[in-house]
Design a protein around this ligand. Structure first.
Ligand SMILES: Nc1ncnc2c1ncn2[C@@H]1O[C@H](COP(=O)(O)OP(=O)(O)OP(=O)(O)O)[C@@H](O)[C@H]1O
Length: 222
């Protein structure tokens, strides 16, 4: 589960998050939605300790993000995942696998590459990969970590419709994971998510997916 309480953040005089509350239960796939500049990345960065928390608390899998242990239960795929251009797909995978606290499991690595349809390209330099392939390699690294909580920041950003569909199919096939996924695309949210956390004017409101889509349809018909 993910539990955010009273999260408040300002940049100088600019207030971005105001006493944000959000509870995502185990197994939910929650989209994080909001206009450009609403504060989605800020919220994700605060959750992951990439920005210092000014006020409020974050728990990930029941562990405060002020402790180090939460890193064992969360994996994060940023919008732009920094891979090593002078390495092949499998070499990149091996490098990131070496950062995990467990011994490198070659079989698991191959299985995860297979699950994102990259096993045939695993020995190619990633400079030859398409954007979609790079994003799938990022997902493979995340799947290798096999954490309970997955945080994705616009995972299909910059991909063509087929590339998007491939990423969405992989995310949809994940079982027993708690997912928070920032996205601007309602059609993909509808395909993948069970809930929506809508961030507006510094506050979050959470909806079940069908309720959110109903409200959105009514709004767009106005
Ligand atoms: N380091 C920073 N210093 C000052 N202001 C910042 C900083 N980072 C973000 N902001 C501001 O905070 C607000 C929220 O930004 P944030 O990137 O979190 O929004 P977002 O919802 O992720 O936007 P997008 O959908 O465009 O990615 C914006 O007004 C942005 O200009």
């Amino acid at each position: 589960m993910i539990k955010i309480e009273n999260l408040t953040h300002t940049f100088g005089k600019k207030s971005v998050l105001e006493q944000v509350q959000l509870y995502i239960e185990e197994g939910e796939r929650c989209a994080l939605v909001g206009r450009n500049g609403a504060g989605k990345s800020t919220m994700i960065h605060l959750m992951l300790g990439l920005l210092p928390i000014q006020q409020g608390t974050v728990q990930l899998g029941g562990i405060s993000n002020r402790k180090q242990d939460w890193k064992k239960v969360v994996s994060y795929l940023p919008e732009k995942f920094h891979l090593y251009p002078h390495l092949t797909g499998i070499e990149n995978m091996r490098f990131f696998a070496s950062l995990a606290p467990k011994k490198i499991d070659e079989e698991q690595m191959l299985e995860k590459l297979e699950s994102v349809s990259l096993s045939n390209a695993r020995n190619d330099m990633i400079t030859t990969y398409s954007k979609g392939m790079l994003q799938r390699l990022g997902l493979a690294v995340m799947l290798y970590y096999d954490s309970d909580i997955i945080i994705l920041d616009e995972p299909t950003s910059g991909l063509d419709p087929m590339g998007r569909e491939e990423i969405l199919n992989i995310i949809r096939a994940l079982e027993n994971k708690t997912i928070l996924m920032a996205s601007h695309h309602l059609s993909e949210i509808e395909k993948v998510c069970t809930h929506v956390a809508f961030l507006e004017n510094g506050k979050i409101e959470k909806f079940e997916i069908n309720d959110f889509m109903d409200i959105h349809m009514k709004e767009t018909k106005k």
